[in-house]
Design a binder for this molecule. Structure first.
Ligand code: GTP
Length: 298
């Protein structure tokens, strides 16, 4: 091949000058290091194109800067360094930069009672965006849980009472009869409906955090709900789950409030927006609640 100079279109001037909010690439495959483990991720990386007459940005420079994700632990400082790299490689062109990472955090979760554990995948998204001075960091987490309808639970209890009145009305109660009745199908004449539900948390993190509080925030959210979906399950675990559901009936409003109150206590957060979706088994549509919070200025 002859060593002719290669045409460089990105360095040309455009004939239709206009600054652009964001230019970059989406869906770049990258490995991440999280808690020392390697994870597969997809990255969206870009910069603003502030120089209105510049033809294009230099995509390869952003792509190459992303390669450090493969070697360094994913923490806020690494994202800050990436934003700085993006801007330093586009000094004439861009004032703002962003990187968004999509990945699944695979975490080992213990069973409720037995000594078993299993793996649970949590869809995550981490966005860092900013200029040379400020960086906004947003962590999006999704977690699944079970919600039992409190209205349905009350209606079921009423039916059980009615069945009790019809089976035992007008006769003296014998402990043994009642015990047997409770343990049979007559004693649970109706069951409340429950459904797999999803919490979608968009959490704005403080910029000065040394580590990503991903696990702590997931734990906090799952604790507040009380009925996170399980991994390894033996009958003893299933019974504990039935108890947790029975003690925790939740409308979508209840779930949103529980999460809100728990997350608003977290020091790592500046703001959040949360959505809970209960994929109703009573209806063919979902019940949804949203809530927002912002830390008051000190
Ligand atoms: N700006 C821009 N580049 C694109 C686009 N689609 C593909 N590319 C390619 O991205 C490649 C990398 O661009 P640059 O980073 O400018 O590559 P380069 O000129 O070899 O690198 P530098 O010498 O660092 O500027 C080029 O081959 C472009 O053709 C696009 O829509 N916009």
């Amino acid at each position: 091949m002859t060593a002719l100079p290669l045409p460089d279109i990105a360095r040309q001037m455009t004939t239709a000058p206009l600054a652009l909010d964001w230019v970059g690439m989406q869906g770049i495959a990258v490995p991440l290091r999280l808690h020392g483990e390697r994870l597969a991720a997809q990255a969206d990386a870009g910069v603003s194109l502030d120089k209105a007459d510049a033809r294009g940005i230099h995509m390869s420079r952003l792509y190459l800067a992303l390669q450090r994700l493969a070697h360094e632990e994913l923490r806020p400082a690494l994202l800050r360094a990436l934003i700085d790299d993006f801007l330093a490689s586009h000094t004439e062109l861009s004032q703002r930069a962003s990187v968004r990472l999509h990945f699944e955090a695979l975490l080992q979760r213990p069973a409720l009672v037995s000594h078993l554990s299993g793996w649970k995948g949590y869809p995550c998204e981490l966005l860092a965006e900013g200029d040379a001075r400020h960086m906004r960091l947003e962590l999006r987490l999704q977690l699944a849980y079970s919600s039992t309808c409190p209205c349905s639970a009350a209606l079921a209890r009423q039916l059980i009472q009615q069945r009790f009145a019809s089976d035992f009305g007008g006769r003296a109660l014998e402990h043994a009869d009642l015990h047997a009745w409770l343990g049979g199908s007559a004693g649970i004449a109706a069951t409340p409906h429950s459904q797999r539900s999803l919490a979608d948390l968009r959490l704005q993190l403080r910029g000065d955090l040394a580590e990503l509080p991903l696990l702590a925030l997931l734990d906090c959210a799952e604790r507040s709900l009380g009925t996170a979906v399980q991994t390894a399950v033996k009958r003893a675990d299933e019974q504990a789950f039935a108890l947790a559901n029975g003690q925790n009936p939740m409308f979508c409003e209840d779930a949103a409030r529980r999460l809100h109150h728990a997350l608003a206590q977290r020091e790592e957060l500046l703001a959040f927006e949360l959505t809970v979706v209960h994929a109703e088994s009573l209806h063919a549509h979902d019940a949804v609640a949203r809530s927002r919070w912002q830390r008051e200025a000190a």
